[in-house]
Design a protein. Sequence first.
Length: 382
Amino acid sequence: MTDHLPEEISPAGRDARALTDALRHRNPVVHNVRDEWVLLRHADVKAAALDDATFSSAVSAHLQIPNGLDGDEHTRFRAALDPFLTPEAIAPAEPLFAALAARLASELPRGDAIDAVDEIGAVFAVRAQSAWLGWPAELEDPLVAWVSANHAASRAGDRDRLAAVAAEFDALIESVLAPRRGPGGEVLGDDLTSALMRVEVDGRPLRHEEIVSVLRNWTGGDLGSIALCVGVLLHDLASQPDLQRRLRAGVGDAELDAAIDELLRIDDPFVSNRRVTTCPVTMSGVDIPAGAKVKLHWTSANRDEAVFGDPDGFDPVGHAADNLVYGIGRHVCPGRTLATVELRIAVRALLEATSWIDRGEDHPVREVHPVGGWAAVPVILT
Ligand code: HEM
């Protein structure tokens, strides 16, 4: 979910939106100092995501299930894993999420500035995901700390720190898996994590490292995304009183979901995903060789004036079909329903438990690429 653009066009302090808004029309395919080809236009990002034969997802030496798989193998893993993430599978967790959100909203201090990203978004994301996966409450604090450490390491672009943070996360996952393994290797328990450990692909159970990879993809990246999304949404509510009044007036789930998707389109904190070309290809007139590292820049594509007109124009219905916040094509986000439900429940609980959400005195702090969204959003609940 990160992106790097050349130093000379990305001075410190520039956020991914400002940077790519300025570049997109004159330099739609940026070849950066890391020898990556960054696609900035909606048409190119969409075409690359849909052409998974030319744009392979086998970008890493590390096992990435299902993100790093292509073709039939990807299809078989998605078929085995997607049932965990359908609306029907998520529905039983909704009352649990609502109770968690209501409790958090009632416990948050009133009248003092708090950070919407770390103190609301990350805490809610970790509690909701832990409840969904059946993970123990003792893991919540280490997971919240992990989200912050992961953002800090991504922001710094420090590979050693990122590797250390990834190893920490694997250790957390191992602490969840170990107690679910019986003496003969049988899987114990009946929660979602145990059910995942029983999944079979091609008639064989998932290997240990495959289970770890799936859980890393379900939680590691996504805890951070939900926290950043909550930051974006609360920033928008606090700084756009008309929007807040409209949403407070009581909108249905579909309307609230559409508004949230559109706010995230305007400021998409899930910046980019990687691909590698399997053959030479031309995008927006730029020739990209075979074997090239490519980035699909969702944040930029979602603000492309060729598709959306004014990138900041709020039109939930009109823009829905072109919204790329959750991707498109064979790798389209399988967690979309879960994310949508969590974000809707969090926003609703905060609106219901308060009479107003205001900006704090301190300015919000913009994330700088490679991370998107806001690093900190001071808000005051009354
Ligand atoms: C607001 C939060 C989220 C955003 C913005 C988001 C966005 C995305 C995007 C853009 C992709 C496409 C990646 C690509 O084409 O390479 C993706 C893939 C994925 N997402 Fe999400 N996601 C979110 C939450 C979640 C959640 C909650 C889960 C699971 C519990 C999840 C699991 C995944 C997985 C496993 C993939 C890889 C799918 C594949 O490669 O087939 N995401 N997500």
